[in-house]
Design a protein around this ligand. Structure first.
Ligand code: GLY
Ligand code: MN
Ligand code: MN
Length: 433
């Protein structure tokens, strides 16, 4: 792997936390992602499924993790199955996990080749009444493809119809939402790489550059710093493109006087970072752009302070909506009568700020987290308000990633990424001289 080795105690602890929540006489299984085909013989680069990675650290296709805390054979309480490597694979694809290496990465003592799975699974299933299946219950999931996990579920229910089914996902959503110190450090590293990318492009952006050239600058900086690349498809949106929320074409030329919205984050060791900055193409904000920018920054800072233990995600969003409403009145984008007559189910501020303020962030950019439970220390959230004004030809969003603290304000993992107007103008000016 391109990233440095991760302390296997993280995965040992994660499995222990999961296993403690399993009912007696039960088995849980977690599968790798497929390597997805494109056409002919080409495939997308392999990306590990975050759940099996979280529980084992194994970053390889065709791996299966099996947990059976009550297995009669103590060796079968935790088992990892990996693809058997051979001389042909070594020549064509390079190094794969040996049994010893898989044990070292994961902290799991029993490693078998994949071919042994059905036999061992049969053994532990006959000693169990429940099978934990890993479905995807993320609030934004939309899977059309039949994943490897899904195929396993189909096979398992067909083969073992008498077992009772339990759900892994709610356990994982609760566990993965609260980050370990090791995970926070990995997310910090992803943010630090994003910072390097942003600082690089501050000296690159000027009237006439193309959005895709900026994308290339980010990627160059990310990869030379051991990142796997973008954590999500980057949005490099100048002028009115910023008002298309998921603009990913990145194909236009940046014009003098326009703002440029950059929603870009590096991935490191499978952990995301998720940053947005909005900068002036010419290196200086107009008074109106600066006025709106300051309003977005103020909402961001005030919203961040509300991410404290015990707060609820839904109420937090309602409060941010109120902050945004008053900001939009000050900017003369809304008037008080609009607000008095607003539909409570679609408050009027949504005309200019139509997306959520925060999401959990971690192995997934839009990470797991049970959204109806109180916020806890060591949850990592983005804070990303925006104001989008197509009639004025610009949109502004600012986004940082923060860690909820036991007391007081969250810790900002992007504290070193320039965000104040003066800072950005000075940095852009210095490098344009
Ligand atoms: N970049 C995706 C998001 O901000 O949620
Ligand atoms: Mn983002
Ligand atoms: Mn985000």
């Amino acid at each position: 792997m391109r990233y440095n080795a991760i302390d296997r105690n993280l995965f040992i602890k994660n499995r222990k936390n999961f296993a403690t929540q399993m009912v007696r006489r039960s088995v849980a299984v977690f599968n790798s992602n497929d390597t997805y085909p494109i056409g002919a013989d080409s495939t997308l680069p392999f990306v590990q499924h975050p759940d099996i990675f979280y529980l084992s650290g194994v970053d390889q296709e065709e791996s299966i993790l099996l947990l059976c805390p009550d297995a009669k054979n103590p060796k079968h309480r935790e088992v990892l199955f990996v693809r058997e490597t051979n001389a042909h694979i070594a020549v064509w694809e390079g190094e794969k996990l040996t049994k010893a290496r898989a044990a070292e990465v994961s902290g799991i003592a029993t490693i078998y080749w994949l071919a042994d799975f059905e036999k061992i699974f049969f053994e532990v299933m006959t000693q169990s009444d429940f099978i934990y299946l890993n479905t995807n219950e993320h609030y934004r999931q939309s899977e059309e493809t039949e994943t490897r996990e899904r195929r396993f579920i189909k096979w398992c229910r067909e083969k073992y119809p008498a077992h009772q089914v339990a759900k892994s996902n709610p356990i994982l959503q609760a566990l993965r939402a609260v980050k370990d110190a090791v995970e926070i450090e990995l997310i910090q590293q992803a943010c630090n790489i994003t910072e390097k990318g942003f600082k690089r492009i501050l000296s690159f952006v000027k009237p006439g550059v193309w959005e895709y050239e900026i994308e290339a600058e980010f990627l160059h900086e990310f990869i030379r710093n051991r990142s796997q690349g973008f954590a999500y498809t980057p949005i490099i949106a100048s002028g009115n493109n910023a008002n298309v929320l998921h603009y990913i074409q990145n194909k236009e030329q940046c014009k003098a006087g326009d703002l440029l919205l950059l929603d870009v984050g590096a991935k490191y060791a499978n952990y995301s970072s998720d940053m947005t900055r909005t900068i002036p193409v010419s290196g200086k904000f107009t008074p109106r752009q600066a006025e709106v920018y300051k309003a977005v920054l103020k909402v961001k800072n005030e919203a961040t302070a509300m991410l404290v233990p015990g707060a609820f995600w839904k109420e937090y969003h309602e409060e941010v909506g109120k902050l945004m409403t008053s900001a939009l009145i000050d900017l003369k984008l809304l008037d008080k009568t609009d607000v008095q007559n607003q539909d409570p189910d679609w408050p009027t501020y949504k005309k200019y700020f139509m997306h959520g303020t925060s999401h959990h962030m971690g192995l997934d950019t839009h990470d797991y987290g049970l959204l109806h439970e109180p916020i806890q220390p060591n949850m990592v959230f983005t804070v990303e308000p925006g104001i989008y004004i197509p009639e004025e030809g610009f949109g502004i969003r600012l986004e940082d990633d923060v860690v909820v603290q036991p007391q007081g304000e969250p810790f900002n993992l992007m504290r070193n990424i320039p965000i104040e107007i003066d800072e950005i103008e000075t940095l852009m000016h210095e490098t344009h001289m």
